[in-house]
Design a binder for this molecule. Structure first.
Ligand code: ADP
Ligand code: MG
Length: 394
């Protein structure tokens, strides 16, 4: 789960991590109130969307006086911001963070992330703040320092010092930077984060070490331990279909292609996407209905696929183990009962109750093409989608 920058800063503040003074605003009126409550020489108005790269896209504006706040807030609220992280469609700005403007001496990068290979938290830092760390890693990898944290000991002060010196924090501020890192680490572990990225971490002209930007991601599997975090979820930032899917406990991820996939098991779902690609098709989604799915769950899954306007064909690939093929068939039939099925459907069923499943589909009156192997299924659905396009699209 992802949260907004202002929420991340509020959370980190509780752990003693230094952040600028700031308030959230949903309207221009709230924006001016927020600015008035912060005594500063300048203010920064920041678009709150679940994506980075806002600065370059015009989503971070500086106001030198209070009367500049309202016009900036009016301009940003409702604006569609397109950044390298939003995709071409962009994201609509509905909230703003109004914060104290800092006099920046130097920007750094500080990130903590779960290193799955080492089964440890890795602390990554760089003297190149404000830039994407991936870019620094590919162009000037020597400017990145890393420390791997022993989970029993936690981030040790000597490691934090090594990072601080490694990225060129001036001697006089090293202790502040060390304190910052230790507190960030404590927040990371305590809140079951999967990513904590401070980009930029800044040294101000008056010698403070501050988090000017904050990106926190949380491990969904740990959310049951942090009920208060659930209130921070902003459904407006999430894909509509992925929200519906999470209500039914389906693993669904929307993609850019036009072939909808319904599969059981994450591995089989990945393999299905690969084989569609191998036949020059493009999957519209990743969807794993899971092991013991009920008819209702399958029905919801199929409806989800049908509701995607980009879908020109559907491939159902089920290996019935715990999952029974007749349950899949009943779910498909129920889902199409009201809305019908306007795109080609290729079904490959195998395993438990396969005969019964095939009979249900056969008697449903739906126009279904059955396939025997995965390759056969992928080839058929790609062909059918191409035929349906009939040279109009291609
Ligand atoms: P993004 O990563 O989405 O572009 P940031 O929060 O990192 O957004 O802001 C972009 C840049 O704007 C920062 O690198 C920094 O130079 C400047 N900036 C952000 N917040 C402040 C602030 N409170 N005071 C001064 N400058 C800021
Ligand atoms: Mg940033």
């Amino acid at each position: 789960m992802n949260i907004h920058e202002y929420q991340g800063k509020q959370l980190l503040k509780k752990y003693g991590v230094a952040v600028p003074l700031g308030n959230v605003a949903f309207t221009p009126e709230q924006a001016i109130e927020a600015a008035k409550s912060i005594h500063a020489k300048k203010w920064v108005v920041k678009a709150q969307i679940h994506a980075g790269g806002r600065g370059k896209a015009g989503g971070v504006k500086i106001a030198g006086s209070l009367d500049q706040i309202t016009p900036i807030a009016e301009e940003l609220l409702g604006k569609i911001l397109v950044t390298p992280q939003t995709g071409p469609a962009g994201k609509k700005v509905k909230r703003l963070l109004i914060e104290e403007g800092s006099d920046i001496e130097k920007e750094f990068y500080l990130g903590m992330v779960l290193d799955r290979n080492a089964s440890r938290i890795a602390v990554i830092a760089s003297s190149e703040g404000g830039m994407e760390i991936e870019e620094v890693a590919s162009k000037t990898p020597e400017k990145i320092v890393r420390e791997s944290v022993d989970p029993l000991i936690g981030l040790a002060p000597f490691q934090a010092r090594r990072i601080a010196f490694g990225i060129g924090i001036p001697d006089r501020q090293v202790n502040k930077a060390v304190k910052f890192m230790l507190e960030l680490y404590r927040a990371f572990v305590d809140q079951d984060c999967s990513i904590a990225e401070i980009n930029p971490l800044v040294l101000t002209k008056s010698g403070e070490i501050l988090a000017l930007d904050t990106k926190l991601n949380f491990d969904d599997n740990g959310l049951y331990r942090h009920k208060e975090l659930l209130d921070l979820r902003d459904l407006g930032e999430e894909d509509e279909k992925e929200i519906q899917a999470s209500e039914y406990g389906l693993n669904y991820i929307a993609l850019d292609g036009n072939i909808g996939c319904m599969v059981n098991g994450a591995g089989l779902a990945m393999a299905t996407m690969d084989i569609i690609k191998a036949f020059n098709g493009d999957p519209a989604n990743f969807l794993d209905v899971g092991g013991g799915a009920s008819k209702e769950k399958v029905e919801a899954a199929f409806r989800l696929i049908l509701s995607d306007p980009h879908v020109r064909g559907i491939l159902v690939n089920i290996f019935g183990g715990i999952m029974k093929c007749d349950v899949i068939a009943e779910g498909i039939v129920a889902a199409t009962e009201n809305v019908g099925l306007k795109v080609p459907l290729v079904v490959r069923l195998e395993g438990t109750n396969v005969k019964l499943g095939k009979e249900i589909l056969h008697h449903s009156g739906l126009n279904i093409t059955s396939a025997n192997t995965m390759a056969d299924a992928a080839e058929k659905i790609v062909q059918l989608v191409d035929q349906a396009a009939g040279g109009v699209v291609k």
